[in-house]
Write a protein that binds this ligand. Structure first.
Ligand SMILES: Cc1cc2nc3c(=O)[nH]c(=O)nc-3n(C[C@H](O)[C@H](O)[C@H](O)COP(=O)(O)OP(=O)(O)OC[C@H]3O[C@@H](n4cnc5c(N)ncnc54)[C@H](O)[C@@H]3O)c2cc1C
Length: 431
């Protein structure tokens, strides 16, 4: 392979912070808001042009497992509600749709009100260590290459980019094959009314999805995700996910590009076919496809504790439990030939279980916490805790912990639960 030698360079430290959060998905916004509210000078770095990650750039506007989650999750829910941007029909008391455009603005407001310094359009591309400690992250943007120092960092990139750049060990995909669950692109559609299509809508309900599958097949397309999903945001605005892209790695730009183009093509084909099929779809129109294809899995960075299937089956509680997960195993088949839907062989009975603080603490370096998809867990546990009703409390915990670490001058592994627990509880009570 030919190579190019780049000149070595010194990168200016643009600014120093107490806490830097990388990635602004559901975990990242909660981490940044909570760190800032706990008194830390906080920077939030995001490669997209909006905050929210899969919620906004991904148009995945359906929150699962939010029931009983206090703090930032409760606050977001209340502010969506007061802005009339939350669908009133809540499934199982835990899952609901929201307006992704409203969410973009809400998250900017919440971060700004908390005093978070936001930097959009900026990708974390490298990390600098000083012995065992993470010292700085390096970014690239229209401003060029910049370094940012902090006492404590939080990796909320979903794919574990920061942990990887910092040299941490990680796992990816199925333990036997390394294969990841398929990606899916979400889209917004209009031109239909809830009253006409109610029988096809629902996030977790099986029958409406099967009816939608039959409709799409009758329109002449066999969707790659079966059964596909249609969820109502407003009476005339819906989010649809009809697509699976297999054998694509989140960390391979060619794979992500191929998956994106293929998914967008399929979505257009499905919408056009339904419209041609006629009532109730005769006025169906595509409003937007997601800017970022939905990535179910990336790296799982090794932490001080690994959340496992055994713990889910046992309904394990931990003294340093920071979030109770009620959503079960949800593995989309890693192979199209086996199933275009869920991998039923993985369906094991589980109970509500705790995510302990230790699974958010990087094992291989000091000064790094993780929150959201990239925390330390096994393949099956990840398929459960990754939903956004859990990503938010994980981020909230990492943010509070990072702020406390910077105030006390200690690494996250040395932050006692007897200190973190009460501060976290108080922060959640104030939200
Ligand atoms: C198709 C699909 C359907 C899903 N369905 C649901 C559902 O119905 N309900 C639900 O609650 N959950 C659902 N999930 C799961 C959920 O959306 C994710 O697990 C959740 O968003 C994880 O949150 P996160 O903050 O860890 O990561 P993400 O939402 O992925 O956010 C990561 C953020 O980091 C940014 N980033 C990444 N790398 C870098 C970098 N190097 N530098 C700077 N920024 C970076 C990204 O741009 C993004 O904004 C679904 C996921 C997918 C893919």
């Amino acid at each position: 392979m030919p190579t190019v030698i780049e000149p070595t360079r010194q990168t200016l430290v643009a600014k120093q912070y107490d806490v830097i959060v990388c990635g602004s998905g559901p975990a990242g916004i909660a981490a940044a808001i909570s760190a800032a509210r706990t008194g830390a000078r906080t920077l939030l770095l995001e490669v997209n042009g909006c905050l929210g990650g899969t919620w906004t750039a991904g148009l995945l506007c359906w929150i699962i497992d939010s029931k009983g989650k206090p703090g930032v999750m409760r606050e977001i829910t209340a502010r969506l509600q007061s802005g009339s941007a939350l669908r009133r029909r809540i499934e199982n008391g835990a899952n609901f749709a929201f307006d992704p455009e409203f969410m973009k603005r809400l998250l900017e407001d919440m971060c700004t009100e908390a005093g978070v310094h936001i930097r959009l359009h900026t990708r974390v591309v490298a990390a600098s260590r000083a012995d065992q400690r993470l010292r700085a992250v390096i970014t690239e943007s229209k401003s060029g290459r910049e370094a940012w120092e902090a006492h404590t960092f939080v990796d909320c990139t979903g794919d574990g980019d920061l942990g990887c750049h910092a040299g941490c060990a990680f796992d990816v995909g199925h333990p036997e094959t390394g294969k990841c669950q398929p990606m899916s692109m979400a889209c917004l559609v209009t031109g239909i009314h809830f009253a006409q299509v109610e029988r096809f809508t629902g996030g977790s309900l099986g029958e409406p999805k099967q009816r939608l599958l039959k409709e799409i097949r009758a329109a002449g397309v066999d969707p790659s995700y079966q059964p596909p999903v249609l969820m109502c945001v407003y009476d005339e605005l819906f989010v649809m996910i009809p697509n699976h892209e297999y054998d694509a790695a989140a960390t391979d730009a060619d794979d992500v590009t191929r998956a994106t183009i293929s998914a967008r093509k399929e979505i257009n084909a499905i919408v056009n076919a339904l419209r041609k099929k006629g009532a109730p779809w005769e006025n169906l129109r595509l409003v937007a496809t997601a800017e970022h294809i939905g990535v179910r899995e990336g790296r799982r960075i090794h932490g001080l504790h690994t959340v496992s299937l055994d713990e889910m089956v046992a309904g394990r509680r931990h003294e340093d439990g920071i979030c109770r997960v009620r959503f079960g195993i949800d593995v989309h088949s890693t192979s199209r030939s086996r199933s275009k839907g869920f991998d039923k062989k993985n369906r094991v009975g589980t109970k509500a279980y705790d995510i302990p603080y230790r699974s958010l603490v990087a094992a291989d370096i000091d000064g790094l916490l993780m929150a959201g998809r990239c925390i330390s867990g096994d393949f099956l546990a990840h398929s459960s805790y990754r939903v956004t009703g859990n990503a938010v409390p994980m981020g909230e915990t990492a943010g509070v912990a990072a702020a406390l670490c910077s105030q006390r001058g200690c690494p996250p592994r040395n932050l006692p639960w007897s200190v973190l627990g009460p501060v976290l509880e108080a922060a959640r009570g104030r939200s």
